[in-house]
Write a protein that binds this ligand. Structure first.
Ligand SMILES: *[C@@H]1O[C@H](CO)[C@@H](O)[C@H](O)[C@H]1NC(C)=O
Ligand SMILES: *[C@@H]1O[C@H](CO)[C@@H](O)[C@H](O)[C@H]1NC(C)=O
Ligand SMILES: *[C@@H]1O[C@H](CO)[C@@H](O)[C@H](O)[C@H]1NC(C)=O
Ligand SMILES: *[C@@H]1O[C@H](CO)[C@@H](O)[C@H](O)[C@H]1NC(C)=O
Ligand SMILES: *[C@@H]1O[C@H](CO)[C@@H](O)[C@H](O)[C@H]1NC(C)=O
Ligand SMILES: *[C@@H]1O[C@H](CO)[C@@H](O)[C@H](O)[C@H]1NC(C)=O
Ligand SMILES: *[C@@H]1O[C@H](CO)[C@@H](O)[C@H](O)[C@H]1NC(C)=O
Ligand SMILES: *[C@@H]1O[C@H](CO)[C@@H](O)[C@H](O)[C@H]1NC(C)=O
Ligand SMILES: *[C@@H]1O[C@H](CO)[C@@H](O)[C@H](O)[C@H]1NC(C)=O
Ligand SMILES: *[C@@H]1O[C@H](CO)[C@@H](O)[C@H](O)[C@H]1NC(C)=O
Ligand SMILES: *[C@@H]1O[C@H](CO)[C@@H](O)[C@H](O)[C@H]1NC(C)=O
Length: 858
């Protein structure tokens, strides 16, 4: 590089000096001389042309050798501009020497005053005061002295520049006040005096003098008193007064053209309500408003919501009176919202979840109460909720996004978060004062209260069923059988009247809010695989669930809420809403769902259909009448009174749906074996019978349902590509449920679901079936100081104390002890620490079939 420059330099030197040296006192000579004496490689081409007009950066109006423009930006010029060089270019109009290391102007510089219209000396190293003879440059239109070391006052003579349109004196050391003569620069379009040490009051009339002004930047100075009067600035679009000592706000006469207003870091102290009219009525093109760090009092102005183009709003750090957050209307297009320390009280308005462009949200240092709503925006980068009085859980969807967010802070609230979802490095600083508590998938309270009302109808099982209802899945056995056309039909009629409802629709459960962003409900089709002629729409789903009423909520799983209802034609279904949707297109989702709909096995809960309602994927499954294994094993009173209940005559008479339970009951080994074998067959089918094979990823007792004839059926397979948290990079794994995750998952490197992790989880279910102990936190083994079922059971199997493990209920029924012991050994194999030591699901099916109890053997 250096060598190249040198070569060029030398060749030009030869060219100029020796062979074709320009005639003295020509423009070519002055330019060549300028470059030579400023110590930079000249801008000549390396051909032998001596026509100055063909040199790079040089322009001439005619090819007569007279230079009208010289641009030498960032070419390494250094030192003072020498005498008798460029100042002698008699018709020079444009001079750009920015980005060099020029330290002073030449004393003959003012000779350019008769021609120069545009001078850019920005980003140099020029010190001293601005030249007083600047006033002689009558033709000057654009003057940029920014980023130098000019000091002293702005000379009075500047007022003579009546043609000046662009003035940039930013980032120098200019001081004192702006001279009154400045008002003479009537043609100004843009003034940038930012980052100097200018001070005192602005000259009276500053502002109203510049009819064509679009940009005014006085930021970072020491201006005080009244801010400029804007009423005569019809074209002003950009106003930055940030970082001064202004006190008096005068926003009367703000004009429509205004787009950017930065008044931050001053001492404005007027009642903000006076701002009201000024902003809301005529300034609809406002994009950016920053009034933070002032001393504004009173209440926020109303009608903020009318500022439709506003995308940046900062009112932080003022002295507002306390105000209910929900009463403040916010423009929905906002990308940046900063209401830190604005004396807000009450709850966060739910409208915030509809601000889909939000990138930065700062609500810190207020008195906000209640819980954090879901945030609909997918582009969040910064979130600060610190120092409020927020309570409850941080919404799961928000927690999922935190690892991708630049900065967040939830400290000093009373919030609950789920540490498992977050990288540990983030936890310490951002959740001070919060507690980690991973949510249970189900909210029993909600379900209980709904269930109890109906239970009054059925006094016969009140006791047994009240527990039943409180479980994850409502089992409406008796109700369904007897009252099939009861309350549901009535509800359907009442909702039919609202057929033409239009969205978007918002639905709320205890743990989440979900949105079906559809315009007209009846235009969104529901695909029902086996019954394509039904022509169902989203309206039918609304009707079937009384508009996704909480009363029809069956459970809230980790994928989202599950509702139940009857579709037209009497199809009894469970509808699972995937709240955390993966970013796949509708076509891809539909394709995947069509594939899942084709996967059929007697031991799988079949996908009946689906509906793509906006971004939501609603999956429709056959309704499983008899609940799931979790309910049957752990939630139902299998103890003292249960044997009678399940086999009692009353049950028998009332219940025509589930006969098999009466003969078998869950208290027999035979029935539990049937569940184990059914679930194993389902998994073996997913692993070895499907192409591409399917890893279930979430095998657990509550994924195994019992249909109307008490056949076990595995649910929730194949969802991994449809739910959000399984697709993006490091978070690609679905960590299973507590107690069911294999040891290899504790190392995040290995934590990807495989067939062998399904096998492990199946082993846990098998232990559960045999011991009727919960996978974690059961009292019994806690006495042995073991924290989970697997640890406890494996230790006892190893010590061959098998009898101790077996659920007394099935021990008492006299089932073959040997078979149960064998089943415990199978569960032991499945839960081997090393994945490679675990058998395949196909092998497990074989092992379980070998110990199948024969009917009558008990
Ligand atoms: C200029 O010099 C470079 C290398 O120094 C050479 O490649 C190029 O051809 C020369 N151009 C002219 C017009 O001579
Ligand atoms: C700029 O020029 C001055 C004096 O000519 C010199 O001391 C300084 O090092 C130069 N700075 C750069 C960045 O070239
Ligand atoms: C003034 O100059 C600075 C630095 O050179 C630049 O960042 C700024 O945008 C300019 N101001 C205007 C209004 O063009
Ligand atoms: C303002 O701009 C208009 C149109 O560009 C021009 O005709 C008028 O002379 C300008 N006003 C001043 C004071 O320069
Ligand atoms: C206003 O000026 C300050 C200081 O110069 C700067 O930090 C801020 O970004 C500017 N505001 C806008 C909207 O450009
Ligand atoms: C607001 O706009 C209306 C017309 O749109 C105009 O008559 C009125 O003067 C404007 N008000 C201000 C304060 O600029
Ligand atoms: C603010 O303006 C709205 C209408 O734009 C008006 O209803 C309200 O009373 C005003 N508030 C104050 C404090 O002036
Ligand atoms: C909100 O505004 C305040 C005051 O200007 C500032 O200190 C804070 O950093 C801002 N918050 C964010 C997230 O930008
Ligand atoms: C908050 O509002 C209350 C009453 O409106 C007021 O007394 C208090 O000073 C305000 N707090 C702050 C920090 O401005
Ligand atoms: C939070 O609530 C408590 C009790 O109501 C109150 O004492 C405290 O001042 C509140 N904190 C904030 C920051 O509002
Ligand atoms: C928040 O938690 C702190 C300590 O955990 C407790 O002292 C305070 O009463 C709680 N505040 C509310 C409003 O629950």
């Amino acid at each position: 590089m250096a060598a190249g420059f040198l070569a060029v330099y030398l060749s030009v030197c030869l060219l100029l000096r020796c062979s074709a040296s320009p005639e003295p006192n020509t423009d070519a000579f002055f330019v060549a001389e300028f470059f030579r004496r400023m110590g930079a490689p000249p801008l000549t081409k390396n051909d032998s042309s001596s026509d100055v007009c063909s040199w790079p950066g040089v322009s001439c109006e005619c090819q007569c050798g007279k230079v009208t423009g010289l641009v030498a930006s960032g070419v390494g010029l250094s030192g003072p501009i020498p005498e008798t060089t460029i100042a002698k270019l008699s018709v020079l109009r444009v001079l750009d020497l920015s980005g060099n290391n020029i330290t002073a102007l030449s004393s003959d510089f003012s000779e350019l005053c008769g021609s120069l219209a545009s001078l850019d000396l920005s980003a140099n190293n020029i010190a001293g005061s601005l030249p007083g003879n600047i006033g002689n440059f009558k033709l000057m239109e654009s003057l940029d002295f920014s980023h130098n070391r000019f000091s002293g006052e702005i000379p009075r003579e500047v007022g003579s520049l009546t043609n000046l349109r662009f003035l940039n004196l930013s980032s120098n050391f200019l001081e004192m006040s702006i001279p009154e003569t400045f008002l003479g620069c009537v043609a100004l379009v843009s003034i940038d005096l930012s980052n100097n040490k200018l001070g005192a009051n602005l000259p009276v009339g500053f502002g109203s003098s510049f009819n064509n002004l679009t940009t005014m930047d006085l930021s970072g100075n020491r201006f005080a008193g009244k801010m400029p009067d804007l009423s005569n600035l019809p074209s002003l679009a950009f106003l930055n007064l940030s970082g001064n000592l202004f006190r008096d706000l005068s926003l009367e006469g703000l004009r429509e053209a205004l787009q950017v207003v930065d008044l931050s870091k001053n001492q404005f102290r007027r009642l903000i309500s006076q701002v009201n009219r000024s902003f809301t009525s005529n300034s609809s093109s406002l994009i950016y408003l920053d009034m933070s760090m002032n001393e504004l009092t009173g209440e926020f102005f109303l009608g903020l919501g009318d500022l439709r183009s506003l995308n940046h709003l900062n009112l932080a750090f003022n002295k507002f009176s306390s105000q209910e957050f929900v009463h403040i209307e916010l423009p929905s297009a906002l990308q940046y919202l900063n209401l830190s320390r604005t004396n807000l009280t009450g709850r966060i308005p739910s409208g915030i979840s509809q601000m889909l462009n939000l990138k930065v949200l700062d609500l810190s240092q207020n008195h906000i109460t209640g819980s954090i709503p879901e945030l609909g925006s997918r582009s969040l980068r910064v979130i600060d909720f610190s120092q409020n009085n927020l309570t409850g859980e941080i919404p799961e969807s928000l927690q999922e996004t935190l690892p991708r967010i630049e900065k967040f802070n939830f400290s000093f609230n009373n919030l609950t978060y789920c540490a498992e979802k977050l990288p540990s490095a983030m936890l310490n600083s951002s959740f001070i004062g919060s507690q980690s508590d991973c949510p249970i998938a189900v909210y029993p309270d909600n379900v209980v209260s709904k269930g109890r009302k109906r239970l009054d109808l059925k006094l016969g099982f009140a006791i047994a069923l009240s527990v039943f209802f409180s479980s994850a899945v409502l089992i409406f056995l008796a109700l369904v059988c007897r009252r099939r056309t009861g309350p549901w039909t009535i509800k359907q009629l009442s909702y039919n009247e609202e057929q033409n409802v239009s969205g978007p629709f918002y639905f709320q459960t205890d743990s989440t809010t979900w949105v079906a962003d559809v315009k007209i409900a009846s235009s969104v089709p529901v695909v029902v695989f086996e019954k394509p002629l039904l022509n169902l729409t989203f309206t039918d789903l609304l009707n079937a669930t009384s508009n996704f009423d909480r009363g029809t909520l069956l459970a809230e799983g980790k994928f989202g809420p599950v509702y139940r209802g009857f579709l037209p034609g009497g199809i009894h279904v469970a509808m699972k809403v995937l709240v955390h949707v993966a970013s796949v297109t509708d076509e891809e989702a539909a394709q995947e769902l069509e594939r899942l709909g084709q996967i059929k096995h007697p031991n799988l809960v079949p996908l009946t259909g689906y509906c793509l309602a906006g971004e939501q994927r609603i999956l429709i499954y056959d309704y499983m009448e008899n609940g799931n294994l979790q309910n049957l094993l752990h939630d139902l009173p299998l103890g003292v009174q249960s044997t009678e209940d399940w086999t009692s005559d009353t049950w028998d008479q009332d219940n025509t749906c589930a006969q098999s339970i009466t003969t078998d009951g869950l208290t027999t080994w035979r029935f539990r074996h049937k569940i184990a074998l059914g679930a194993a067959r389902a998994l073996a089918f997913l692993h070895h019978g499907c192409f591409p094979m399917i890893v279930h990823r979430d095998v657990k007792a509550s994924s195994i349902y019992l249909d109307s004839s008490m056949e076990p059926r595995l649910a929730d397979f194949g969802l991994s590509s449809l739910v959000g948290f399984s697709t993006d990079g490091g978070n690609a794994t679905f960590h299973g449920s507590a107690g069911y995750a294999p040891p290899e998952f504790s190392d995040p490197e290995n934590a990807s679901a495989t067939m062998k992790s399904d096998v492990y989880a199946f082993g846990v279910v098998l232990f559960e079936l045999l011991t009727r102990k919960k996978p974690t936190g059961d009292d019994e083994y806690s006495e042995d100081k073991v924290t989970n079922l697997v640890g406890w059971a494996r230790a006892l199997v190893r010590r061959n104390e098998l009898a101790r493990l077996i659920d007394p209920k099935i021990r008492e029924t006299g089932a073959s002890e040997k078979q149960m012991e064998e089943a415990l050994r199978i569960a032991y194999l499945c839960t081997a620490d090393l994945p490679s030591k675990r058998p395949s699901m196909q092998q497990i099916v074989g092992l379980l079939k070998d110990i199948e109890p024969v009917i009558g053997e008990q």
